[in-house]
Design a binder for this molecule. Structure first.
Ligand SMILES: C[S@@+](CC[C@H](N)C(=O)[O-])C[C@H]1O[C@@H](n2cnc3c(N)ncnc32)[C@H](O)[C@@H]1O
Length: 300
């Protein structure tokens, strides 16, 4: 698949603009600025009286986004931060409450392709997977240092990998021979641990689930999402809206449950009872959008 010119095509753009109620003059937070795809469109609506606060855990994407937003028609404040640090960022920006907040979870397409991140087995790369250099443990550290049982648990819990124990055993046997340092070696090990069965071959490479689980573990993705879901609704003004785009059933479940429980306590109103998903036309134009789900809630 070709890398888009900006490194990433934003998903559900019209839905974000309309259903997050983006309008001139508001204060908007993009918790996952990425390549500023959503933010550059939002900035055009905000206009000179609006304020865009953007954060990203990846300083490399942040540099790109800063350049892309250099001529934005609104005020812009950008931070190298994890969205789990949302409250700190808002305090630093001197903001007490915002009108709209978006988190578009996961990774941008350029991150998947770029060997510097060590996320892909499509080509040999050093096994890293950190999107934030402040994180200390790489995927290679986990794969070479975790106990066999803990490794199997990571694969099972984060990717529901049914062959988690076999894969963990294969990894532990292999690392006794020499440390596993590259994405292609890890992918080969995973494939060789999965029993060959008759019938149609799997649609996805069997290493995909292991790579996803390791990436989620390295970057503490579920813990950060839980922290964001705790902080984001409280950062809204009454009538302000939070939107979360997820690509993974575990993430979508966490968003759904957090919004529901805050609806039950009377703090939030659900704007989307069912998540918004891309149209067929969007999926055709951008196949990576196919698993996107957008849930939106409004502070009462
Ligand atoms: C799917 S991309 C966002 C793309 C963006 N909406 C656009 O249109 O260009 C996700 C971005 O979120 C960042 N990210 C992932 N987890 C994060 C976290 N916990 N805190 C802050 N940024 C995060 C990634 O580095 C990546 O740049």
């Amino acid at each position: 698949m070709e890398l888009p010119e900006t490194g990433h095509d934003p998903v559900l753009m019209q839905e974000v603009l309309a259903d997050l109620s983006i309008r001139p003059g508001i204060t908007y937070v993009d918790c996952t600025l990425g390549r500023a795809g959503h933010s550059s469109a939002v900035a055009r609506v905000l206009g000179p009286d609006g304020l865009l606060i953007g954060l990203d855990a990846d300083p490399r994407n942040l540099i790109f986004a800063k350049e892309r937003l250099a001529d934005a028609p609104c005020r812009v404040r950008l931070f190298h931060a994890n969205f789990a640090e949302l409250q700190d960022v808002l305090s630093e920006a001197g903001i007490t409450a915002v009108d709209a907040l978006l988190a578009d979870l996961g990774l941008s397409t350029n991150q998947l392709f770029d060997p510097a991140y060590g996320l892909s087995f499509a080509q040999p790369m050093p096994l890293d997977m950190r999107i934030d250099p402040r994180v200390t443990q790489t995927a290679a550290d986990l794969v070479n240092e975790l106990r066999e049982e803990d490794l199997a648990n990571v694969l099972y819990q984060l990717a529901q990998e049914r062959y988690s124990r076999r894969i963990a055993r294969k990894i532990v046997d292999a690392r006794r021979v020499s440390p596993i340092k590259t994405t292609d070696r890890l992918a080969e090990l995973v494939r060789s641990a999965i029993p060959k069965r008759g019938g149609a071959p799997e649609k996805i490479d069997p290493a995909t689930r292991t790579f996803m689980a390791l990436r989620m573990a390295v970057n503490h993705e579920m813990e950060n999402l839980a922290s964001l879901l705790e902080q984001a609704p409280k950062a809204l003004k009454p009538g302000g809206r939070v939107g979360i785009i997820s690509f993974h059933s575990m993430e979508d479940r966490a968003v759904k449950q957090a919004f529901r429980s805050m609806e039950q306590t009377g703090f939030l109103r659900l704007v989307t009872k069912k998540p918004l998903t891309p149209t067929d036309a969007e999926i055709t134009a951008n196949p990576r959008s196919r698993s996107a789900k957008l849930r939106i809630a409004e502070r009462k």
